[in-house]
Write a protein that binds this ligand. Structure first.
Ligand code: SF4
Ligand code: SF4
Length: 185
């Protein structure tokens, strides 16, 4: 069973409700704090953290010796994360969504996969409650990637309680939840 605690506004008490339901249900439950920008379920539950994992996103790494500054990669990037001048190619990692299109687009094979840190994924226990949460790196915008990592840990459990980010659009969250449901079934 998956129960999602969501609202379209912050400060409505989702964290408190999620923590109390988890404590009330007891036994073999996974509690996922999907508010990776500001997780605070761990502040209520004080779990014993058993693992911490750095989460990365792909960013292009350009070999300037192979690059002829044709600009093809830049025109393929929907997020304006690459800027090509006749002398130099600039990468803006904060704008990059790690889609890999630029790597495929480059005729000179001048772009390789680099990586940058997006945040940290943590897993801990408070009695029989397993708490999973992500902490987004300060200044980072790629929340979706870290939320997905939080959800990916959930596949092996039967009872799951999710506390959503805030504010969350119902359609967007149901899509994310749908991915989690299909991953756990
Ligand atoms: S597509 Fe490749 S060769 Fe062209 S500017 Fe980009 S990195 Fe350079
Ligand atoms: S990986 Fe995607 S988003 Fe990032 S620079 Fe390349 S094309 Fe743009």
């Amino acid at each position: 069973m998956i129960l999602s605690i969501a609202s379209g506004k912050g400060g409505t008490g989702k964290t408190l409700i999620a923590a109390n339901i988890a404590i009330s249900v007891g036994g073999n439950i996974q509690l996922l704090d999907c508010d990776v920008e500001e997780p605070n379920l761990h502040l209520l539950l004080h779990p014993k953290v058993v693992s911490e994992e750095t989460v990365y996103s792909m960013v292009p790494s350009v070999n300037e010796e192979l690059c002829d500054h044709c600009g093809r990669c830049s025109s393929f990037c929907s997020y304006k994360a690459l800027f090509v001048t006749p002398m130099k190619i600039l990468v803006f990692p904060e704008l990059c969504h790690g889609c890999g299109s630029c790597i495929l687009a480059c005729p000179k094979k001048a772009i390789n996969e680099g990586k940058r840190i997006v945040g940290v994924l943590k897993r801990g226990y408070k009695n029989s409650i397993e708490l999973i949460y992500g902490e987004l790196k300060i200044g980072e915008r790629m929340t979706t990637l870290l939320i997905r990592e939080v959800k990916n840990i959930s596949v092996e459990m039967r009872k799951m309680l999710l506390s959503t980010p805030h504010p969350v659009h119902p359609v967007r969250w149901s899509k994310l939840l749908g991915e989690a449901t299909s991953a756990s079934s």
